[in-house]
Design a protein around this ligand. Sequence first.
Ligand SMILES: Cc1cc2nc3c(=O)[nH]c(=O)nc-3n(C[C@H](O)[C@H](O)[C@H](O)COP(=O)(O)OP(=O)(O)OC[C@H]3O[C@@H](n4cnc5c(N)ncnc54)[C@H](O)[C@@H]3O)c2cc1C
Length: 383
Amino acid sequence: MQFALTDEQKHFVDSVRRFAAKFASGALERAHSPGFPFDVAQQMAAQGLLGITLPEEDGGQGGSLMHAVLAIEQVAIVCPRSADVIQAGNFGPLRTFAAYATPEQKKRWLPDLLSGRTVISLGMTEPGAGSAVTDLETAAEADGSGYILNGTKIFSTHSTDASLFLLYVRFAPGIDGIGSVLVERGAPGFKMGPPSMLMGGEQWSQLYLDNCRIPADQVLLGPGGFRKQMAAFNVERIGNSARSLALGRYAYNVAREHAVVRRQFGRPLCEFQGLQWMFADMAMKLEAAQLLLYRASVNADAGMPSAYETAMAKVSCNQAGFDVSNAALQVLGGLGFSQELLLEYCVRRTRGWMIAGGSIEILKNRIAESIFDRTFSQRKSAK
Ligand SMILES: Cc1cc2nc3c(=O)[nH]c(=O)nc-3n(C[C@H](O)[C@H](O)[C@H](O)COP(=O)(O)OP(=O)(O)OC[C@H]3O[C@@H](n4cnc5c(N)ncnc54)[C@H](O)[C@@H]3O)c2cc1C
């Protein structure tokens, strides 16, 4: 058993670290700007950091999921907000799109997405379907050579900036009636509400489909596609885990540095045992979660990590990222609570990832199913 990166992975980490150094200046400003940082995305695209796991024939780099995780870590440690670009270009709906799109769909949309000119947004959640996502009601009704879409989506990340939307829709009743479609911004009948702000500082707009007509070639996965979509969604969860952990690591590094130079009562903070034990707890949380994250990433089969290993990694990374960011903020005292530094940003962002992409509670339900080797329906049983 090996716990070290391979020489090739170390080389990759070094090259991303050197490249990402330029994003250190402007990190604070970027974190407080709600818009997607397209300028960063275009520089990352030129460096080969978008589409890391996609095959070269699709415009990707032919790398592994682990490479993409390492890239998030190295970018976030310098500029937490820029790690969202690695997420959007490697883990989120882009990955689901790339896994199942037809050659024509890839030709039409991938070049702009992989060059950082556009970004894609995922519309899964609805007002009545959050954790119970299979309750979604957005309907895709066959109409001649295409489909008519009706429904509402909420909380879609990057929805205020995206050009393309991957929407989960219902073609027919039941889980097997769920699939997905691709809708472009500005399509007739596709309207967006005013931007709203999340606690993490990201904007989103409610999406309204009001008799929105799409041609049949904009279906990504037809009826029966739900399970495939969720398999690809485990990749999204790996990116969510990696960002949580990386922001925790960023906050930890800042706090460690501060504890060495900041003096109170005539001594550096690191000499107080109360803080030493906080640091020991922080380091253990980060390292334990990182092992689960690396295991899920390295074991990914054909690029798709297992649901069980992903759930364990996400719960652990979400909790570690938030706990460590919060403890690090405490170490910085009033400065940690101010917007002069990014500690409070790390706390706000990591808090959101405990809800996004499968909440901690829902993922613990999934882990319990593996433990007992059976399913536990969350639904009220029929009387
Ligand atoms: C930062 C952020 C980004 C997001 N990005 C996107 C996006 O890009 N696209 C998208 O479609 N959606 C997105 N979402 C929405 C997200 O997927 C949902 O918020 C999430 O699935 C939870 O749904 P809900 O908010 O409706 O909460 P609910 O489902 O109403 O749950 C409320 C609480 O009850 C708990 N709960 C629910 N059912 C159970 C159960 N059976 N057992 C135990 N506990 C339970 C939940 O864990 C939660 O704590 C985002 C959310 C956030 C916060």
